[in-house]
Write a protein that binds this ligand. Structure first.
Ligand code: UD1
Length: 418
């Protein structure tokens, strides 16, 4: 069931609830290992990356029970220190288990995240952080072994880039360390604040999350808690774009509008109408969207790299020429070749894409190269009048809950086939 059959050309209308954030759920699930007891996490999205995290948690010895979108993780028993390579490979963000395992067991044995999907994804900043906190690191045949048998010790960390994953790993490693840790040039994404809220609810002492300096005073133990994952700003933006690109009107509720950063304003600049209240954002499409000049992806609160591909799909139908500059990942334009199958006129050169808007997309068969690139292709197929096929839907399932059901509820004709 790896291909989406989409009969596009119909405007999407309606309202949908924003699911819990993938990028929050993954570190929070890893953090649940820190407590020798049962933690309950609400708003866990039903996506493949969560399933991979649950497989890792179970392998490590935690008892996981999923009821709808609520996951209970009982890490009261013995927790293993090693994640096997086949589980690490399922999902790049499995590297987030490093800090949690070190904190909980004093050791972590994991393989380097392999493959190349959106460019190199080095882990030097993660390793820098845990080494500064006192872990001894050895590399052997693709396995990274980290040990801190007498525990970790707080330190000041200067991240050379505000890496989301490295900030999270540093936080997970520091919460049970002796003394104080300061993370400078920390990532400021809302998911970092959500992780801090979860850790603090467990009795940790984390301050400043959401800003560039995060201070963590180590505590000796943490207690079980219940936590609700924040809404998924990336999924929400994708659904708003689905309304905008099809000429429809979509409202996403149960959202924290501020987390969308510059996305609503950029949509407005294309000519869409945006209505925002405290917990929802609604978009009504422009008759013919217009180009927006130059857009650069940046760390939060800048324009999110995860929305680069879906937004480019929309700009491909906008009057005039737009320029997208990808500053976060080195190779995040693989989907562009597939988008041109729909008639998009886009030239890429290294990190720049020049998008010359066309009047309409035509139906096509395209293959998802990665999660967000796949979402961009679905948007193009929704806009193209006629029958399109987007294969590689399993990559899309990594970050979107049952995308055919969600978009189907807005009036899309989309179904899954082998
Ligand atoms: C997280 C998100 C991902 C999002 C990205 C940027 C999760 C599960 N994933 O990924 O959806 O696209 O943030 O907002 O939260 N880097 C290094 N060395 C390191 C770590 C990172 O050079 O040790 C570089 C990366 O190659 C990349 C940049 O830093 O160029 C940003 O990466 P990072 O913020 O770490 O992204 P992730 O945490 O992997």
């Amino acid at each position: 069931m790896n291909t989406l059959l989409i009969r596009g050309g119909r405007p999407l209308y309606g309202e949908l609830r924003c699911p819990g954030a993938k990028n929050s759920a993954l570190p929070v699930l890893a953090a649940s290992l820190l407590v020798p007891g049962e933690t309950v996490i609400e708003g866990v999205p039903a996506i493949a990356d969560v399933e991979s995290s649950v497989r890792i948690l179970r392998h490590l010895g935690a008892i996981c029970t999923l009821r709808g979108n609520e996951l209970s993780v009982d890490a009261g028993g013995e927790i293993a220190g090693a994640v096997p390579e086949e589980l690490m490979r399922e999902m790049r963000s499995s590297f987030i288990f490093l800090g949690a395992l070190l904190s909980r067991t004093g050791r972590a044995e994991i393989s380097a995240p392999g493959g190349c999907e959106i460019g190199q994804r080095p882990v030097d900043l993660h390793l820098y952080a845990i080494e500064r906190l006192g872990a001894k690191i050895t590399h052997e045949a693709g396995v990274i072994r980290c040990e801190a048998p007498s525990g970790l010790t707080g330190a000041t960390l200067h991240l050379s880039f505000p890496s989301v994953g490295a900030t999270e790993n540093a936080m997970l490693a520091a919460v049970l360390a002796k003394g104080e840790t300061n993370i400078e040039n920390a990532a400021r994404e809302p998911e970092i604040s959500d992780l801090a809220d979860f850790l603090n609810a467990m009795g940790a002492d984390v301050r400043g999350a959401g800003g560039s300096s995060v201070r963590i005073r180590g505590v000796t133990r943490l207690r079980p808690t219940r936590h609700k994952i924040i809404p998924d700003r990336i999924a929400a933006a994708t659904f708003l774009l689905a309304g905008a690109i099809t000429g429809g009107s979509v409202r996403v509720t149960d959202l924290i509008p501020g987390h969308l950063g510059p996305v609503p304003e950029l949509l407005e600049r294309t000519g869409c109408r945006i209505l925002t209240d405290e917990t929802s954002v609604a978009v009504t499409a422009a008759k013919r969207p217009t180009s927006v000049g130059t857009v650069r992806t940046m760390p939060y609160p800048g324009f999110p790299t995860d929305i680069q591909a879906p937004f480019t799909a929309m700009l491909g139908l906008s009057k005039g020429t737009s320029v997208m500059i990808e500053t976060i990942f080195e190779s995040r334009y693989k989907y562009v070749a597939e988008l041109t199958r729909f008639g998009a006129k886009i030239r890429t050169d290294a990190r720049t894409a020049v998008i010359e808007g066309v009047d309409r997309y035509h139906p096509a068969c395209a293959e998802s190269p990665d999660l967000r690139g796949g979402a961009a292709l679905v948007l193009a197929a929704l806009a193209a009048a006629g029958e399109s096929r987007v294969s590689g839907a399993r990559l899309i399932d990594r970050g979107y809950e049952h995308i055919e059901t969600t978009l189907g509820a807005l009036g899309a004709d989309i179904r899954r086939m082998d």
